[in-house]
Structures are given as structure tokens and as C-alpha cells.
Design a protein around this ligand. Structure first.
Ligand code: PRP
Ligand code: MN
Ligand code: MG
Length: 175
């Protein structure tokens, strides 16, 4: 692939500091309990693992992959599950971990589906949020950074499947 010039929007150090803060908040909110982090593949993989390592209460991890629909089919009201969780959520403290919330359509459909499985608690944690892009209101318990409406890559976020492994969040500069 052609190489793009990518400028840093949020540095590795800033992300690490914020991940630590979010992990501390979660650890305090769930003191004495166990939390299950649900990593929404693929974008959330890096963030979910870094977050999990810094949470001090017992953590379980499970993984799910859903398809995002184009705007034309969003009205169908469901997400297609490409990979479901391995274990049930019944009576568990569940935190859905996302890399970014954009329109909010993915989570607005996923949350009710997971709620039906009877978790004790269900919250959302996202590294990034683009409030300007929101089409559906999403209740986010743990929000890393609110960012402007720019195309971002890195720390799990891709451009055509590339750049997920960048240790920072960057913006692709137009050539
Ligand atoms: C991205 C992102 C979120 C979702 C957010 O995933 O990781 O899961 O889109 O968009 P929304 O708020 O508009 O629904 P994507 O579908 O690109 O898959 P990926 O994580 O595998 O890159
Ligand atoms: Mn994703
Ligand atoms: Mg993507």
C-alpha cells in the first residue's frame, strides 16, 4: 500500500495516561466485584488489552465481531454477528469496550442484544468518541477522548485494515 503521512493527534503517552485513569475508575466502581470486558473486534483489540492489564479487580475477557452496515441499511435495526461471545453474560458486570463511537449505530443495536442476555450491569467504555457524528444517542460510562470529525488511525483503528498497530492515534494527511 502507498504510505501516507500521518500526524499525531493523541500521543502514546497521553493515551497511556488516559487508559490508566479509565482503568482506575473502573476498578473503583467495581471494587470487590469481577468485570467482564467485551472487546469488539477488530478495532478495540489494542485498547481492550491495555485497559484490562491496568484494572485491579478480577477481569474476564470475551470477544465479539459485528458487521457495520452502510447508512442505507442502518434502518434494518440489527447488527450482524460475525463472531459471537464464547460465554454467557448472565448476572455479570459487563463492559463493552470500543475503540471509537462514530454514528453510534453499532452500539445502539448491540446494547439491547446483550441486555437480553441478562447481565447484572452493562456499560460502555470507549477510547475515542466523535460527538459531531452521532446519529443515535449513546450512554457512555467511560470515555477516553472526545475528538473532532477527522479520519483517525492507530491504536486499533484502521485505514483499509492498515495502521492498526501504530502506538498513537493519528490523522492521515491528504496528499
Ligand atoms: C468501527 C469502530 C466501531 C464502529 C463505530 O468498526 O471500531 O466498532 O466502527 O462506528 P459507529 O458508531 O458509526 O457504529 P469497523 O466497522 O470499522 O470495524 P473494525 O473495528 O474491524 O475496524
Ligand atoms: Mn470496530
Ligand atoms: Mg474499521
Amino acid at each position: 500500500m502507498e504510505q501516507h503521512h500521518i500526524s499525531v493527534m493523541i500521543s502514546e503517552e497521553e493515551i497511556e495516561k488516559r487508559v490508566c485513569e479509565l482503568a482506575a475508575q473502573i476498578s473503583s466502581d467495581f471494587a470487590g466485584e469481577t468485570v467482564k470486558l467485551i472487546c469488539i473486534l477488530k478495532g478495540s483489540a489494542f485498547f481492550a488489552c491495555e485497559l484490562a492489564k491496568r484494572i485491579t479487580v478480577p477481569v474476564m475477557l470475551d470477544f465479539m465481531q459485528v458487521s457495520s452496515y452502510g447508512s442505507g441499511t442502518v434502518s434494518s435495526g440489527t447488527v450482524q454477528i460475525k463472531k459471537d461471545l464464547d460465554e454467557p453474560l448472565k448476572d455479570e458486570n459487563v463492559i463493552i469496550v470500543e475503540d471509537i463511537i462514530d454514528s453510534g449505530n453499532t452500539l445502539s443495536r448491540l446494547v439491547p442484544m446483550l441486555q437480553e442476555r441478562g447481565p447484572k450491569d452493562l456499560r460502555i467504555c470507549t477510547l475515542l468518541s466523535k460527538p459531531e457524528r452521532r446519529e443515535v444517542e449513546i450512554d457512555v460510562a467511560y470515555n477516553g477522548f472526545e475528538i473532532p470529525d477527522k479520519f483517525v488511525v492507530g491504536y486499533g483503528l484502521d485505514y483499509d485494515q492498515h495502521y492498526r498497530n501504530l502506538p498513537y492515534v493519528g490523522v492521515i494527511e491528504s496528499e
